[in-house]
Design a protein around this ligand. Sequence first.
Ligand SMILES: [Zn+2]
Length: 146
Amino acid sequence: MILPILLYKNKILRNKNKNIKIKSNLNNIINNMFDTMYYYKGIGLSAPQIGKNINLFIISINNKKLIFINSKIKSYSKKKIISNEGCLSIPNIYVNIKRKKLINVEYYDNKWKKHKKIFNNYLSIIFQHEYDHIRGKLIIDYLKKN
Ligand SMILES: [Zn+2]
């Protein structure tokens, strides 16, 4: 089911997002998020963008569906990388953002298997964008700093 995506002025995007209780059934919401993300031609979508203040986001990379639950960035490289990013919640705006090149992350997948991974470059950038959503942060917030 395709859901409406909240736009940047909506305060729900700025709320705190709670970790999800282990073993919760998220199949419905995850399926709807993928339907919504593909419909709007996004490469990532976070739960707050569809009005759910929980620590969940999805990414599509190389036709692979990646699901991230209760994500946490544990550490990251000093080295940075500049990316030009858009966001489904902020149509037609693109912002250059300095991201960490490499991140060390922990998360659960949709089968509640825990992963500890190192991501770099493209996946690292998208992960950081979605992780920002979980922390109530949007790409326009970087305009002041950069
Ligand atoms: Zn976004």
